[in-house]
Design a protein around this ligand. Structure first.
Ligand code: FAD
Length: 443
């Protein structure tokens, strides 16, 4: 330690560095406290130094010093990840990219930014230019594009534009961690292996994304007599390509009781929607067909002004629920689109305490029925048993209670990652232990 701290202090502008509490604790944390399992496993894992570069030159110098000394480096966007992705398990330096955040270019249907740019700023910049982000997490106001591409997967907009793997990214610049850091420029399919890899195989420095045309979004909160009716309504809206939408989120009662600011009617399943204003009449017909009732309707002028319905969707649902009851945790599931309701009913019969929360999305052109059910935590054993039962019923589980990249299960080309890592991070100092070495292999 003394070796690297002395060199870092000698070579790096002290303005970029923080060595003291409470900064160390703050920048070593993310939202893994949604999981009691991760909370236990990651307790006490903190960095020894926080480095916050503002320019490419400063970033290069930091990477060069890290490569020379071999100090562990864990990249951080804004620390809203849920799986301890940016917790520095082996200490060392947290490389905070939140100040490396310039919007460099907004062109015809594209935007180029530094990796620490916040998605909220990108969205408002795009909307002023007649565009919007294709997809963004419900944390868009605070999360960075680098963190979304390396730690997230989709969210608002995914019902129309898919996930981070579906043509969102046009090009990437990756920095290697070497005495003389290289900048690798990637396009097309070369980008894919880098997505959702927790900053283990290279550092995204610049990102160019494709934008969607701006739409005037109305926000709705609807209620239904039963979960089944709400689900069928949601699936109809999801599958009707003439209905332009950005969000379809289903919440079994009592989940909406946690959405205190929305003050929704009790005892009913709630559907939260973002729908193109031009589709209002068509939507009203579908609502009537499924017996829905409108509890809240917000005009497009109010979009992104104050609290919006998306603040209660995706993992924000879990956030509100845990505010009311910290004993709750969650899962991440993908149901079979041909028999999702049947899978949900089987699990409900066995685990009545599980509260169903569904987000409709698309991936690779196919409908994705994502489940983020709320689960009262009792023991790790019961949680694992619950995940096993989902799997036995043909439901795909992306385990949100592990910080191991492979067990989390979303990375695209897992068997190629070590080969890429060896080239970009020869000393193996990036986000150590998140990418487990393949067993019995030569790499
Ligand atoms: P961080 O948490 O800082 O980092 C995430 C990972 O990316 C870490 O492994 C980090 O090392 C790596 N990383 C960050 N920047 C870089 C870089 N430049 N180069 C290489 N690696 C890098 N996720 C979704 O996908 N959809 C959602 O709708 C969603 N909703 C959420 C709601 C709540 C309430 C919470 C707490 C989380 C939610 N998430 C969601 C998870 C998370 O907010 C998003 O994935 C978010 O995009 C992460 O961005 P961040 O800047 O905070 O990243």
């Amino acid at each position: 330690n003394e070796h690297w701290t002395a060199i870092v202090k000698e070579r790096i502008d002290p303005e970029l560095l923080q060595w003291e509490e409470p900064a160390l604790a703050k920048y070593s944390m993310d939202y893994h406290h949604f999981s009691p399992v991760l909370t236990r496993q990651l307790q006490g894992k903190v960095a020894e130094c926080i480095a916050s570069p503002r320019s490419e030159q400063e970033l290069n110098t930091l990477l060069s010093v890290a490569a020379e000394t071999g100090v562990p480096v864990t990249v951080r966007g804004n620390g809203t990840g849920n799986y301890g992705q940016c917790v520095p398990v082996t200490g060392g330096i947290v490389l905070n990219l939140a100040k490396y955040n310039k919007v460099l270019e907004t062109g015809e249907g594209l935007m180029r930014v530094q990796a620490g740019a916040r998605l909220g700023k990108m969205e408002s910049t795009a909307r002023k230019a007649g565009y919007e982000l294709r997809t963004m997490p419900s944390t868009f106001q605070s999360a960075t594009i680098g963190g979304f591409l390396c730690g997230g997967f989709g969210g608002i907009g995914s019902i129309s534009w898919g996930t981070i793997w579906d043509g969102l990214v046009r090009s990437l610049k990756i920095k290697t961690v070497e005495a003389e850091p290289r900048t690798i420029e990637l396009q097309g399919d070369e980008i894919l292996p880098y997505l959702h890899t927790y900053g283990t195989i290279g550092i995204l420095s610049e990102v160019e994304i494709n934008l969607a045309p701006r739409v005037e979004w109305m926000q709705w909160a609807l209620t239904f007599d039963s979960f089944e009716q709400a689900f069928r309504f949601g699936q109809t809206v999801a599958e009707d390509s003439s209905l332009v939408k950005r969000l379809i989120s289903i919440h079994e009662w009592p989940i909406s009781s946690y959405f205190v600011p929305l003050d929704l009617p009790s005892g009913r399943t709630v559907v939260l929607l973002e729908i193109d204003t031009d589709c209002e009449k068509q939507l009203l017909r579908v609502i009537a067909e499924y017996g829905g009732q409108t509890a809240m309707k917000v005009s497009a002028e109010q979009y992104h002004k104050g609290v919006g319905v998306s603040d209660f969707t995706w993992n924000h649902t879990t956030l509100w629920a845990r505010k009311a009851d910290p004993g709750l945790t969650y899962l991440q599931l993908n149901f079979d689109q041909t028999r999702a309701l049947e899978q949900i009913a089987i699990m409900k019969a066995e685990y009545p305490e599980v509260m169903n929360h569904i987000e409709f999305a698309r991936q690779n052109g196919n409908l994705l029925i994502s489940g983020l059910p709320l689960v009262p935590f009792s023991t790790e054993e019961r949680l694992n048993q619950l995940m096993d039962r989902y799997k036995q019923n043909g439901v795909r589980v992306n385990n949100p209670h592990t910080w191991d990249l492979k067990d989390g299960g979303r990375s695209y080309a897992h068997d190629r990652l070590w080969e890429i890592k060896h080239r970009n991070d020869p000393k193996g100092i990036l986000n150590q232990e998140k990418l487990k070495r393949p067993a019995a292999s030569s790499v």
